[in-house]
Design a binder for this molecule. Structure first.
Ligand code: B12
Ligand code: SF4
Length: 470
């Protein structure tokens, strides 16, 4: 790659081998940095298979000598990347943890000081952490000389005595969410960094999730691995699904205005025929506004090729009328709508309750019926199945699986032929991030039952019965 003479910064993100999707959060942050500071900024995708020695060499070649800064974002709990950050920090590079969960992952798990088996946080791996909107980094980069950086909004840093200081973050400002440069993303080639050509992008319409705006009191059952505790529960006040760290990280800020959304769509790269590349609309309840969005982009001469939707089953069923209208418009515009992921999560009511999903099996099955019906009416414009490229959410195993639940679930799978088109090739095991609602659930069980569940970095290992404390 060719380098300009500007100061340079890179953002490292976790990635899957062979993939070609863009990374909206890190790429939006890189855009904000390039447009508002003297720094050139690229995003480097790193898979588990990438050789860290080669990566370090490529990174150092890119950064040059002038105060190298490396940001990290969306690391998916990868301990290889936590160690890589620490290695860079120990060699004098300024490392910055940002993006979703940056605050709680830097701080560590609740009360870890009194419970040494808990996740201790990443304050030794990163010089700073920055939680919240990307534009906060502008102040940080402008004030690195002297002590001015200490006032950066959203900044977390560790004082010499080990105390962590946490500044209040700024709120989201739409003017910084309008532009994304999609050509800033790189991958490791044999000789060093090479540009990654992306084939799918993302467009942000909702920050956070409306389900996370509702507070509810939930009773979550004990894990079946704790023998003899059947029927016992833990009462918690939760916002959103109990496993979801987005609910905790972002809550619900609301919808972005139409101009902001259309401006992001405008930024997407084009296919050879001039249509925009497929994009995922980040909005858990997009159907009520979808016909208007399609009309807006049509009116401005933007031609979408494919829109991927990620939805909750209840909002999908409720939005049928709007979706039919949107599919009519899509037909007219030559566009395709893919229901790329519905978070079914389970086909058992007790498990759905423990996940605080806010819906039941009947709603999930109504969604399946509607998905299939729409294919009959809109065969060319509508996709929903695994064969169409959708990966619907199915969380399994969970701490609440019993033989009875498994047998009933298998019956439902058979009765509704779910393996044919709905179920993903592999289920996702329940992951308990330490800062999710289920993190509080498992810590309460540890307290009551005097047991300890093992930590795997920022994730709590619910799958093995806890070790008894004497
Ligand atoms: C859309 C989405 C996807 C898309 C696109 C991914 C992307 N990052 O663009 C797809 C479907 C591909 C995807 C896949 C996965 N995702 Co995803 N995804 C999301 C989702 C719903 C929205 C992300 C987004 O674009 N938000 C909008 C942007 C604008 O907000 P943002 O990311 O917070 O970024 C802003 C700031 O945080 C900041 N910022 C971000 N990075 C940086 C870096 C620096 C240096 C600075 C200064 C600022 C900064 O600037 C941005 C603008 O202000 C989030 C949940 C959420 N609501 O955030 C999960 C999320 C990012 N995904 C997550 C995960 C785990 C995954 C998967 C591993 C899931 C899986 N098991 O397959 C994969 C792998 C992703 C990967 N890294 O390879 C986790 C990441 C957890 C973590 N902390 O590491 C999240 C937070 C969801 C969750 N809590 O589980 N995902
Ligand atoms: S899992 Fe989905 S529906 Fe549940 S709170 Fe998180 S984003 Fe919202």
């Amino acid at each position: 790659m060719k380098y300009t003479l500007k100061k340079r910064m890179a953002i490292i993100s976790s990635y899957f081998e062979g993939e070609t999707y863009g990374l909206l959060g890190p790429q939006m942050a890189a855009t904000v940095i390039q447009e508002n500071t003297p720094y050139e900024c690229i995003v480097i995708t790193v898979t588990r298979a990438d050789d860290k020695k080669l990566l370090k060499k490529a990174l150092i070649d890119y950064l040059g000598v002038e105060r190298p800064i490396v940001g990290f974002s969306a690391l998916s709990g990868r301990e290889d990347l936590f160690s890589f950050a620490r290695e860079l920090r120990d060699e004098g590079i300024l490392t910055l943890l940002a993006g979703p969960q940056a605050d709680v992952d830097y701080l560590g798990e609740k009360d870890w000081q009194e419970h040494p088996h808990r996740f201790k946080g990443l304050s030794k791996n990163f010089t700073f952490s920055l939680h919240g909107p990307a534009e906060q980094v502008i102040y940080l980069l402008q004030n690195l000389d002297g002590n001015g950086w200490q006032d950066t909004p959203g900044l977390l840093y560790c004082k010499q005595d080990g105390e962590i200081v946490q500044n209040i973050p700024k709120t989201w400002e739409e003017k910084f969410l309008r532009k994304v440069r999609w050509d800033t993303i790189y991958t490791m080639g044999k000789e060093g960094l090479i540009p990654l050509k992306i084939s799918t992008g993302q467009v942000l319409q909702h920050i956070g999730c409306p389900h996370a705006a509702r507070e509810s009191m939930v009773e979550i059952g004990y894990p079946v691995s704790l023998v003899g505790k059947n029927g016992q529960t833990v009462k918690l006040t939760l916002k959103g699904c109990s496993f979801c760290d987005v609910a905790v990280d972002k809550g619900f800020y609301g919808a972005l205005d139409m101009e902001t959304v259309v401006s992001q769509i405008h930024c997407l790269p084009e296919l050879a025929d001039g249509r925009k590349i497929p994009f995922e609309l980040i909005n858990e309840n997009p159907l009520p506004g979808l016909p208007r969005l399609l009309n807006e982009i049509k009116g401005r001469g933007i031609r979408p090729s494919q829109i991927n939707l990620i939805l909750r089953a209840d909002w999908f069923v409720m939005g049928e009328k709007h979706l039919r209208q949107a599919l009519g418009l899509a037909r007219n515009m030559g566009a395709y709508i893919l229901l790329s992921s519905v978070g079914f999560e389970s086909f058992d009511d007790e498990i759905l309750r423990n996940l605080n999903k806010g819906l039941n099996v009947d709603t999930n099955l109504s969604a399946v019926r509607l998905m299939r019906q729409l294919k009959e009416g809109f065969p060319k414009e509508w996709g929903y199945s695994r064969a169409d490229g959708a990966i619907h959410g199915y969380i399994h195993p969970t701490p609440w699986d019993t033989q009875v639940i498994s047998a009933n679930t298998q019956k439902t799978f058979g009765a509704y032929a779910l393996p044919a088109d709905i179920l993903p090739a592999h289920s996702t095991p329940l992951i308990i991030h330490h800062a999710s609602g289920l993190g509080d659930w498992i810590r309460e069980i540890e307290r009551r039952e005097r047991v300890q569940f093992k930590r795997y970095g920022s994730v709590i290992g619910w799958w093995r019965p806890g070790k008894k404390i004497s």
